[in-house]
Design a protein around this ligand. Structure first.
Ligand SMILES: [Zn+2]
Length: 411
């Protein structure tokens, strides 16, 4: 059955926005786009602007039950990590149940904020039951910690299973996340890159996130050294000094798709290196988490000037007030008013889909793509659609299920 939707403004993300366009949908896929709305049976969405379903490129849904972020604003980064560890320990034996419940709640919160794709860092493998939500696609990126040699091998075995697991829900695809330079060994990252190549998996790694991380890499000292010493995980061979985030960028560059998460302290030579590898690499900026830790100004403008794909993530509710991706984009717009709004939209759609290896289904509105869209009420004769969208709140719509299930209350 073909369904038709006549929309006021269509932002396809593969060309200029189209006024008065009709989207044809069959089952759960878009069949075609027509530039004039001549169909008498089309659902009237003339007071709406429609774009591809928003993509949250980085979050940890296990923290979605938190009301407020952990710790205090501007705190030392390693102090915050200790808060995270304490929070998890607080659940004792019921941690797995808590995580599954928080992930389910997190997916619901994402959908309520117009988000249709979530790249979520999974700390337990194969949390299948938690991902049962057909309107939100989950990229389940298994977190890989590698400094504890005893547990590293077990985790690699889990990663191999994760990469090929026959998920019973169609809305799940796998990925891997070697966690960060202070928690994943060089060997572990190499193995992740090899699995990425073998199975065409996206990889995400927290990198150049804090000054403490840079100190550990450069000199093998600082708060991270103290933290790892206390955990019995510090080894000179892992942190000999003289290292930079650039070493990790080189390592990640040969993955199928690799995302540098945060990149708050990327320097000029590192940005030049990312530019060399921009066919496969992206940077994920988490704006309100960045603000929570009061990091130095983010290098997003330099990254964009070099044509590097920048995508946006909420990170988790352990460092951000909620899972509202559009609020993250609004934050970028306010912090960097020189970045045109047109350049912000691909960060949460087309470019994020590519970074996660999902460009064949998400990120653009085109024939063959999934019929999941984000919609903004703009009313009739809107003088400035983009500004109205920027100030608005997106709704997530599955155009494959028909009007009765669409929430058109304010249309
Ligand atoms: Zn993160």
């Amino acid at each position: 059955m073909i369904r038709r939707y006549r929309v006021g403004w269509l932002y396809t993300m593969c060309g200029a926005p189209i006024p008065d366009a009709t989207i044809m949908v069959e089952d759960d896929r878009i069949v075609s786009i027509e530039e004039t709305g001549i169909w008498h049976d089309a659902v009237d969405l003339s007071q709406w602007a429609v774009m591809p379903a928003l993509i949250n490129a980085h979050t940890h849904l296990e923290f979605s039950n938190l009301i407020d972020p952990l710790g205090t604003q501007g705190m030392n980064f390693t102090q915050w990590i200790m808060e995270v560890i304490r929070y998890r320990q607080g659940f004792g034996e019921s941690l797995a149940v808590e995580k599954a419940q928080a992930i389910r709640s997190g997916l619901k919160q994402c959908a309520e904020h117009g988000v249709g794709v979530v790249a979520e860092i999974a700390t337990f493998p194969l949390m299948e039951v938690a991902y049962e939500r057909p309107d939100v696609h989950v990229v389940s990126m298994l977190e890989m910690l590698g400094l504890d040699r005893g547990r590293a091998q077990e985790r690699l075995d889990q990663a191999r299973e994760h990469a090929v697991y026959p998920w019973s829900h169609e809305n799940v695809t796998p990925g891997l996340s070697p966690h960060a330079p202070y928690s994943a060994s060089k060997g572990m990252i190499d193995q992740c890159v090899a699995l990425s190549q073998q199975h065409q998996l996206p990889i995400a790694m927290h990198l150049a996130e804090s000054l403490e991380e840079l100190e550990l890499l450069e000199r093998g000292t600082g708060p991270f050294r103290v933290m790892l010493d206390n955990m019995g995980l510090f080894q000179e061979t892992d942190f000999p000094g003289g290292k930079r985030p650039a070493d990790y960028i080189e390592q990640l560059a040969s993955a199928y798709r690799a995302m540098v998460v945060h990149g708050n302290y990327l320097t000029k030579p590192e940005i030049a290196l990312l530019k060399q590898h921009k066919e496969t690499m992206s940077v994920c900026y988490c704006p309100r988490t960045h603000a929570y830790f009061r990091h130095d100004r983010h290098p997003i403008e330099s990254l964009l000037a070099d044509g590097i794909r920048v995508v946006l993530g909420t990170d988790s509710r352990a460092s951000s007030p909620d899972l509202d991706l559009w609020a993250e984009l609004q934050h970028v717009s306010e912090t960097f008013p020189n970045i045109p709004a047109e350049q912000l939209l691909p960060m949460v759609t087309r470019d994020a889909a590519f970074a996660l290896g999902l460009e064949g289904s998400f990120g653009t509105i085109d024939a063959g793509q999934k019929a999941m869209v984000s919609a903004f009420a703009i009313g009739s004769d809107c003088p400035d659609v983009l500004t109205a969208m920027l100030g608005g709140q997106p709704r997530l719509w599955n155009l494959g299920v028909g009007l009765t299930q669409l929430d058109l209350a304010t249309a």
